[in-house]
Design a protein around this ligand. Sequence first.
Ligand code: BG6
Length: 484
Amino acid sequence: MVSRVIPVEPFDLVVFGGTGDLARRKILPGLYLRYLAGQMPPDARVIGAARGDLTDDEFRKTVAEAIEEFVPAARRDAAAIAGFLGRLAYVAIDAKGETGWARLKELIRDDVVQAFYFSVAPALFGDLAERLRLHGIAGPQARIVVEKPFGRDLASARALNATLAQHFTESQIYRIDHYLGKETVQNLMAVRFANILFEPLWKSEYIDHVQITVAETVSVNGRGAYYDKSGAMRDMVQNHMMQLLCLIAMEPPYHFDPDAVRDEKLKVIRALDPVRPEDIVRGQYRAGGDEGSYVEHSENPDSRTESYIALKLNISNWRWKGTPFYLRTGKRLRARESEIAITFKEPPHSIFDDDRGWRENVLVIRLQPDEGMNLKVMIKEPGPGGMRLVQVPLDMSFADALGDAAQDVPDAYERLIMDVIRGNQTLFMRGDEVEAAWAWTDPIIEGWEARGHRPQGYDPGTSGPEDALMLMHRDGRRWREIKA
Ligand code: BG6
């Protein structure tokens, strides 16, 4: 199976923060890979814009280095790299002053798709949006792309939305949550809404509970200053995990259409109950191996920021009342592993004498690594000796099932940037969605700030703090193992 590449329309894409970390690691290598795949039309151009005083050639050199560092050797093709670099230009620009804007205006064409990627601190979003308009650079169809964090609470998110709305309409604003660009995350929708098999059972009547795990092995070393103001709740739960939860819990949209999908996700967020303090466990990693502790990485000796969080959520609607969702995410854990596990209830009555108590079916959707699906079903244990039951996996790795096409999937950023050019907002967050997520998050964070709550320490290489186990044990359930 070979993946199909449909070229997009001609475009001018300006990357503000074009020499910054995200641009180097993800945006520019991602654009090169789309070029390599043949998706970029001959007259598409990418313009880096940042404060530094670089020539076009100096910028090209930084991009060549980024490709060298962040694109796997097998996909580095000298001719393609040269061709891609030929599409690049650079403008030294001052977001808060007048430098560079006239040159940018000269460069931008108004008969192609115009996209402006704000890969800069959110404090500059307003300045950039205003200058793009004031200088007559962004036409009526222009798109702007903004990165997370989109605010740090409801008030700041509202203020950001209001600022952007002065210059751009909602249909021009693309708020990135890169989890939505991951192939397997999109697969959640395919699995749910392209199969009849699961949907009739997809409700509290049949589902005992849902576990969502995003475990990471990395520390926050090198980005402690950002992370210490954020913590796992703002960095991962309010956005990435909330999106996963929405895709699992939402009602079927009437069509795979941006607003239809986002309307349904919004309803889920609005139906979330406030979380009780006893349903939250916060953790902070200790020193271990050859790495320092969280506190050392954050450079704040008294930091109470969490690098791990586990919480139990309830969704108050007809479908989910009575089915808890358990979420956990953390840094420096035993393995990098993201998955969603849906545990079904046991059959109402057993006709077998075998009474070993593991009759529930579990559907596991593995997001990363080794993307795939696994459905645990009961069968008869082979051999004589009566009807003894055993649980076995129906295991499908997407790589095995799809061959090369599964190896070739674009990275989340590649996919999302091409969606911006196509004008498809389905995988981007709408302003009201982000605000609703903050409205749910704020009281949780305010609660522990008011109490001066201290996270519990945990050792690196484990599955997190002890109390997280209790969160499930007390409900007679347990977390799935994070496997090294
Ligand atoms: C980012 C967070 O948004 O997502 C990081 O800021 C986190 O803290 C990262 O490590 C995880 O993304 P991925 O794609 O590696 O799962």
